[in-house]
Design a protein around this ligand. Structure first.
Ligand code: VGL
Ligand code: ZN
Length: 205
């Protein structure tokens, strides 16, 4: 029995949980090709979540935006974005200082020239891979709240996963002011529950 008095609304990690870190890549950090304001602020927070999931022996998946050089989302092809996260380039590498657990699984997405895929579930085997590991509940954080985090969370819910949004470990592009807040609202309305690190029951990291 766990006798520790936890915070109200505390979340106890258990079998069937997994951590999904979305697009924590250099091009989305300050100084990158498609910088998310304060994007670097989520790195130490996600490091704490990562340590906790690693220690608990739960699955950890990193999605990454992994575009070909002529991706349809790039401005040269009439898309909304400057070239970013081109597969194999430094901009597509994970955030500096991020320590990937040995058990971490990668999920590359949006790697076909003519299709955009904000969601980690789009055009990948992610849902099947998670199910085959017995995952039922996903803890999702990373970049950016108003694009890839939102699309990934909404797809996860559609796929039947329970979703906890790591509200302290996401940041938005906010191309239009309020986009991030609206995205969080859309995710919550669809059934995701926002949590902060302090709500995780138990000790440490
Ligand atoms: C993303 C814009 C373009 C994201 C990816 O990871 O949120 N945003 N490509
Ligand atoms: Zn992209």
């Amino acid at each position: 029995m766990n006798e520790t008095p936890d915070l109200p609304g505390a979340v106890q990690l258990r079998a069937g949980d997994a951590l999904l870190v979305v697009d924590l890549q250099r091009d989305f950090l300050p100084g990158g090709a498609l910088a998310v304001p304060d994007g670097d602020r989520v790195v130490p927070l996600l490091q704490r979540y990562l340590a906790r999931f690693e220690r608990t022996g739960l699955p950890i998946v990193f999605t990454r935006d992994w575009h070909p050089p002529d991706h349809v989302s790039f401005s040269v092809r009439g898309g909304p974005w400057p070239p970013h996260c081109v597969a194999g380039t430094p901009g597509a590498a994970f955030a500096p200082g991020l320590r990937l657990p040995a058990s971490a699984q990668l999920c590359s997405k949006a790697s076909r020239p003519d299709a955009e895929a904000y969601s980690g579930f789009e055009g990948t085997e992610l849902a099947a891979r998670l199910r085959s590991q017995g995952v039922r509940r996903l803890f999702v954080g990373g970049l950016a709240t108003d694009y890839c985090v939102k699309a990934t969370v909404l797809d996860a819910l559609r796929e039947g996963f329970e979703v906890l949004l790591l509200a302290d470990a996401v940041r938005a592009v906010n191309l239009h002011p309020g986009d991030g807040a609206r995205a969080e609202q859309a995710m919550t309305q669809a059934g995701a529950r926002p949590i902060r690190f302090e709500q995780l029951a138990g000790e440490g990291a």
